[in-house]
Design a protein around this ligand. Structure first.
Ligand code: PLP
Length: 373
């Protein structure tokens, strides 16, 4: 390197799954090998064992594996007998799948704006959105931080509504010491590879306390059938593969350690970025599992470009509020209907976070963002 030349720093992606799989490769391969030996690919032994282990980790009585997190939401809505003519409240800022779960069940998502500091559904706005058709509220634990389930539960019980957790980003998170997955009637998880607990492909689960709801979910996820060739209702084929369950059983043991590392990385970002006044950090509580580390910036697009230019894989979660998506234009919400979600979409910026994140990320992000000011 000649004098004055910047060192050629290795790129740090937004998420890097290779380090995780390099470390666990032998154990994962052994688990998959056992599935091949048994060849119990559908509803095999590892599925039942993983359902029990994951439900127990969530403080829930039952786990019902399914194809992915979107299906988990769809199945949860249907299990509660919610369908055409019914309304389900969802936050305006979330991944589209939260609303898709409602729409796929034939019901209508009704949007509510979010808290300006967290992007979590704002409980103070819920009551204004409740109508005679409202049947449930989906609380999304966005970025790994639990929604205010205490306030949401109080409003839901006053109005006789069910609550579903969208915990797709919140494996291992907690609200006042209670785990995500135990905070509502049903909770939905995704095991998409980049999630805090991710499969080597798609996967999902609904967890439930009530055995009758669990039995209904099992039927709904299996072409409406509890007994082979006895199909009692029209339902999708959405099962968790045995191979994915075997992978997830290996990874579940590591989740507490990965969560500890994510929290420590988030704290390191907090201190590295604190001197940069222009960057606002997202308020997070101690129960957050930091699926994403999100800040807000008034010049987000320039910051995003500068970070990427410097080899830091920054991203946006999410660039649109739900009503700004083509899929939900038919709901008829005008621009400006959800000002906080719209502002979030324009200013949010996600920095790389994953258990194996190199510690150089914090200083590099701070340098780029302070120079870009
Ligand atoms: C908040 C949220 N809900 C639902 C989903 C849907 O999960 P999947 O991608 O497994 O369908 C995801 C993830 O993609 C998500 O982030």
């Amino acid at each position: 390197m000649s004098a004055g030349t910047a060192p050629n720093l290795a790129a740090i992606p937004l998420v890097d799954l290779r380090a995780q799989h390099a470390a666990l490769r032998e154990e994962i391969v052994a688990g998959i090998e056992q599935v091949l030996v048994r060849s119990d690919f559908i509803h095999g032994g590892d599925v039942g064992r993983f359902e029990e282990e994951f439900a127990a980790a969530c403080g829930a009585g039952h786990g019902i594996g399914c194809g992915n997190g979107t299906d988990a939401l769809h199945l949860a809505v249907r299990a509660l007998d919610i369908g055409p003519g019914d309304e389900v409240i969802v936050p305006a800022m979330t991944f589209v799948a939260t609303a898709l779960g409602v729409s796929l069940a034939g019901a209508t998502p009704v949007l509510v704006d979010v808290d300006p500091n967290t992007a979590l559904i704002d409980p103070t706005r819920l009551e204004a959105a409740i109508t005679a058709k409202t049947k449930a509220i989906i609380a999304v634990h966005l970025y790994g931080q639990c929604a205010d389930m205490t306030a949401i539960a109080a409003i839901a019980s006053r109005h006789g509504l069910a609550v579903i957790e969208d915990a797709a980003q919140a494996h291992g998170a907690s609200h006042h010491g209670r785990p995500a997955g135990s905070l509502a009637t049903l909770a939905c998880f995704s095991f998409y590879p980049g999630k805090n607990l991710g499969a080597c492909g798609d996967g999902g689960m609904v967890v439930a306390q009530d055995p009758a709801l669990a039995a209904r979910l099992r039927r709904l996820s299996n072409l409406g059938s509890e007994r082979k060739y006895h199909h009692e209702e029209i339902a999708p084929n959405s099962r968790l593969d045995t191979v994915q369950a075997a992978v997830l059983r290996v990874k579940l043991k590591w989740l507490p350690e990965w969560t500890r590392l994510r929290r420590s990385h988030a704290a390191a970002y907090d201190s590295a970025l604190a001197p940069i006044e222009r960057i606002q950090k997202t308020t997070s509580d101690e129960g957050s599992v930091y699926h994403l580390y999100v800040v807000r910036s008034n010049r987000r697009d320039a910051d995003l470009a500068a970070l990427n230019q410097a080899g830091l894989g920054a991203g946006i979660h999410y660039p649109f509020a739900l009503h700004q998506l083509g899929a939900y234009r038919h709901l008829g919400y005008a621009g400006g209907s959800f000002p906080i979600a719209e502002d979030w979409a324009a200013r949010c910026l996600s920095l790389p976070i994953y258990a194996e994140l190199p510690t150089s990320a914090f200083g590099r992000a701070a340098t780029v963002l302070s120079q870009a000011a």
